[in-house]
Design a protein around this ligand. Structure first.
Ligand SMILES: Cc1cc2nc3c(=O)[nH]c(=O)nc-3n(C[C@H](O)[C@H](O)[C@H](O)COP(=O)(O)O)c2cc1C
Length: 215
């Protein structure tokens, strides 16, 4: 690229120039705080998530990329007491203990085969991309999400009516406005803070992979 090349302006927001994000997380490079300040709380305010905001979240999820535009994701959500009670039944007890206070619960499923019935190698990857769009859109709306792999898939199929022959239960998601840490029981209140990450240099390397990750 020559020196005279004019780079397009960043279209949306300025990256975080400081080394510390508002959440207290320390970054290795400039990055938009949207990515750094998403973290998974366990304390949620009981107030409902407005319906139009739920629609905005699923709209963000809808526009995720997928292999051959297969769009394998299926979100089933619960906001009223009856649905939430059934969804909660499927969660592992350790998750149920705090997720019962979240005003919305979601199960994300992914279709195992392509629309014309062929094996679909990247369905889990594609569903993951969609979930992340939802999670970041939630942050942009002042909402928070907490993904959970700790649930009984059979109970998730039963609670949602989704066909296990076609879809795989990927994650449950607790969703709402973040609440205060001291609303949680003591052991959980102590864990209610953003986690760290391994250094950037251990997850991205230019050229030949001639390094070994500690893990
Ligand atoms: C696929 C997946 C499964 C997870 N399962 C659980 C879970 O069952 N219970 C829980 O409290 N957190 C769960 N988490 C949350 C992770 O522990 C959390 O995302 C990770 O520690 C990074 O923290 P952060 O999301 O706050 O940045 C899960 C996250 C993912 C992506």
């Amino acid at each position: 690229m020559s020196d005279s090349t004019v780079l397009p302006e960043a279209p949306f927001r300025t990256p975080l120039e400081l080394r510390e994000a508002p959440s207290g997380r320390v970054v290795d490079s400039a990055v938009d705080p949207l990515f750094v300040d998403r973290w998974s709380p366990r304390s949620f305010l009981p107030g409902p998530v407005p319906r139009e905001l739920l629609a905005t979240l699923f709209e963000a999820a809808r526009w995720a990329p997928s292999s051959n535009n297969e769009q394998p994701w299926l979100y089933v959500y619960a906001t009223d007491a009856w649905d939430r009670a059934r969804f909660l039944e499927a969660l592992a007890p350790g998750n149920r203990a705090w997720a019962e206070h979240a005003p919305a619960l979601v199960f994300l499923f992914a279709r195992r085969t392509t629309t014309d019935g062929r094996p679909y190698r990247t369905y889990a990857f594609d569903a993951g991309a969609s979930w992340m769009s939802l999670a970041l859109q939630a942050r942009l709306l002042g909402l928070d999400t907490h993904p959970m792999g700790g649930f009984d898939p059979e109970k998730a199929y039963a609670a949602t009516g989704v066909d296990p022959a076609r879809y795989e239960a990927m994650i449950a998601i607790a969703l709402g406005y973040r609440g205060p840490a001291d609303a949680l029981p003591v052991p959980l209140a102590g864990r209610e803070r953003p986690s760290g990450r391994v250094p950037q240099a251990t997850i991205a390397q230019e050229g030949c992979v001639a390094f070994t990750r500690a893990d």
